[in-house]
Design a protein around this ligand. Structure first.
Ligand SMILES: Cc1cc2nc3c(=O)[nH]c(=O)nc-3n(C[C@H](O)[C@H](O)[C@H](O)COP(=O)(O)O)c2cc1C
Length: 172
């Protein structure tokens, strides 16, 4: 089967993961803002999105493409400061249709936040969030930034893509 990666990114780390996954598997990757980002041309779909203010930055695109997504295998990677767990699960539940969550395979990747890259608005919001956050580790990360980018962490996604590539559910 043939697939492609569709991703959204605000500061580049999700795009970097999409590029690494594309290089490792040979499948194309598209920023969802591109006019030709059309998942209906593919047998399976890999979606990548960062968590921004407790929501997935790709939720509108997913809603627009649900007719296509519900008929194909979907692998979904999130990129966030928070690790896999109940907080991340809650943000996913608030961002995506339940019918997609039920059938997709989710992979949680850790991202990067560099205070020097942020827009003034985002910098201000993260300072406020960081000062108010009761989770002191997460609060410190909001204030000071972090870099958890890890190329090796794409391996489970690469493996799942390779399994789909070698399966014979060829679409007409
Ligand atoms: C404005 C902003 C809001 C964020 N909100 C969250 C959040 O609610 N939860 C979280 O775990 N990480 C949050 N992060 C961390 C991002 O998920 C992380 O920086 C990610 O790597 C960004 O992906 P991108 O570089 O593709 O935009 C936030 C980052 C920014 C810049």
């Amino acid at each position: 089967m043939n697939g492609a990666i569709f991703y959204a990114t605000r500061y580049g780390s999700t795009a970097q993961y999409a590029e690494w996954i594309s290089e490792a598997t040979g499948i194309s990757s598209f920023d969802v803002n591109r006019a030709d980002a059309d998942p209906s041309h593919y047998d399976f779909v890999v979606i990548g999105a960062p968590v921004i203010y407790h929501k997935l930055a790709i939720r509108n695109w997913v809603r627009q493409k649900m007719a296509t997504l519900k008929t194909r295998p979907v692998l979904f990677f999130t990129v966030s400061g928070a690790p896999a767990g109940s907080k991340l699960d809650g943000w996913i539940a608030n961002s995506l249709p339940g019918t997609l969550i039920e059938r997709m395979h989710h992979f949680a990747l850790l991202g990067r936040q560099n205070p020097g890259d942020l827009s003034r608005f985002d910098r201000m919001m993260l300072i406020i969030g960081g000062l108010k956050n009761r989770d002191r580790v997460a609060g410190k990360e909001e204030l000071e930034g972090f870099d958890y980018m890890d190329k090796a962490s794409i391996q489970p996604i690469v493996k799942a893509i390779q399994q789909l590539q070698s399966s014979d559910g060829v679409r007409n």
